[in-house]
Ligand binder design. Structure first.
Ligand code: UDP
Length: 250
């Protein structure tokens, strides 16, 4: 068994290199939101909700932009990490990491939606991390998409939407290189040790929406990149199926 042998590497939780952690959805966790789910992805848990506001931002009205808007907010609850994380409000400003993540969630969700079909309304996607063990942004996107779809089902059942504004389902997963081996879906213990850390956002057509990849400790080769992408594609394909089942459950 060589260290680089991708099928025999021992991971802390015993998973295969291209295996996801267990993923579950608990829908309607926040009944006052238009759509909501609690995504439980290994030991990472994020409450994702979609709330509809029957208006659009001022800039859209001023610029005569047709259709609706979608925006996202992300935060980690104080008790989601081993050491208590102070709320942004107590510091008086949102931290840079949260801002970067909520923009990524917003871009990813907008890529899934036809804004004209959405009509003149705003969707707020709120992602609140209940428990963080790596991959909170990918869980927010994957769960956010389920919350969004549940909201669209509700709007259609209430006659507020004529047709489904989804262009293509979207899911996200992390990949990385740990101990010289490309792996799928890193928990925190692997994330901190990773030489390379990458997040993939993809749609159901197999297209990329966003790639965020950094050689944290080492540069990486094209061969490693290619293996990470193939693990990521496999993971996203599975996640899209889990999402579909969760949405069908309602
Ligand atoms: N983390 C933490 N406190 C923080 C930021 C991150 O404990 O303020 C942990 C948490 O488990 C998170 C992991 O570090 O999931 C990896 O963080 P990263 O910034 O890479 O984002 P993520 O992988 O959650 O999208």
């Amino acid at each position: 068994m060589s260290e680089g042998d991708s099928n025999t590497t021992q991971r802390p939780d015993g998973r295969a290199v291209d295996q996801l952690r267990t993923v579950n959805f608990k829908n309607n966790i926040a009944p006052y939101a238009t759509g909501s789910t609690l995504i439980e992805w290994g030991d990472t848990r994020v409450i994702c909700s979609a709330t509809v506001e029957e208006s659009v931002p001022r800039w859209m009205k001023m610029q005569n932009v047709e259709g609706g808007w979608l925006t996202a907010e992300y935060s980690m609850l104080p008790y989601s990490t081993l050491d208590r994380k102070r709320r942004d409000i107590s510091k008086g400003k949102i931290d840079g990491r949260s801002q970067e993540i909520q923009r990524l969630i917003g871009r990813s969700m907008r890529a899934a939606v036809d804004m004209v079909k959405l009509g003149s309304r705003t969707i707020w996607i709120d992602c609140d991390v209940l428990q963080a063990d790596g991959g909170t942004r990918t869980a927010s996107i994957t769960g956010g998409y389920v919350a969004l779809s549940l909201a669209f089902v509700k709007l259609q059942s209430e006659g507020l939407l004529e047709c489904d504004p989804i262009i293509s389902p979207v899911a996200a997963v992390s990949v990385g290189v740990v101990g010289g081996v490309p792996v799928l879906d890193l928990p925190y213990v692997e994330d901190v040790a990773a030489e390379v850390d990458m997040n993939l956002v993809m749609n159901a057509n197999g297209e990329f929406i966003e790639l965020q990849g950094t050689g944290e400790k080492n540069s990486f080769t094209e061969a490693e990149l290619s293996t990470m992408l193939s693990h990521g594609r496999k993971g996203v394909t599975e996640l899209l199926e889990f999402q579909k089942a969760a949405i069908a459950e309602g």
